[in-house]
Design a protein around this ligand. Structure first.
Ligand SMILES: [Zn+2]
Length: 90
C-alpha cells in the first residue's frame, strides 16, 4: 500500500469533516472499482462494527503518527484497518 503524507487531505465523504487518513486500498472491489478508505475522527470512533478504525484513531490521538519508534505498530494497525475497509466493501 502506498502511503502519501499530504498537507491537505480531502474532506470526509460522510460528514465533510477533516480526515486523518485518506488512502486507496491495494485491491479493487468485486466490481473492479478502487476502494477509497477514509479515517475520520467523527465518523469512525466508537463503531462496534469497525474496531480497527477505532484503534487506529486512538493510535493517532496518542501521537503515534509522529513517533518513529512505533512504526511497526503503525504498520500493523494500518494493515488491520485496510483489511477491515476491504471486508466492509467486499
Ligand atoms: Zn466523517
Amino acid at each position: 500500500m502506498a502511503v502519501v503524507r499530504a498537507t491537505r487531505l480531502p474532506k470526509c465523504s460522510r460528514c465533510q469533516g477533516d480526515l486523518i487518513v485518506s488512502a486507496v486500498a491495494p485491491e479493487d472491489d468485486a466490481h473492479g472499482r478502487p476502494i477509497h478508505m477514509e479515517l475520520c475522527p467523527s465518523c469512525d470512533r466508537g463503531d462496534p462494527d469497525r474496531p480497527a478504525a477505532g484503534i487506529l484513531l486512538q493510535f493517532f490521538a496518542d501521537g503515534g503518527g509522529h513517533d518513529d519508534s512505533r512504526i511497526q505498530e503503525a504498520t500493523f494497525l494500518l494493515l488491520q484497518w485496510t483489511e477491515e475497509c476491504m471486508a466492509a466493501r467486499a
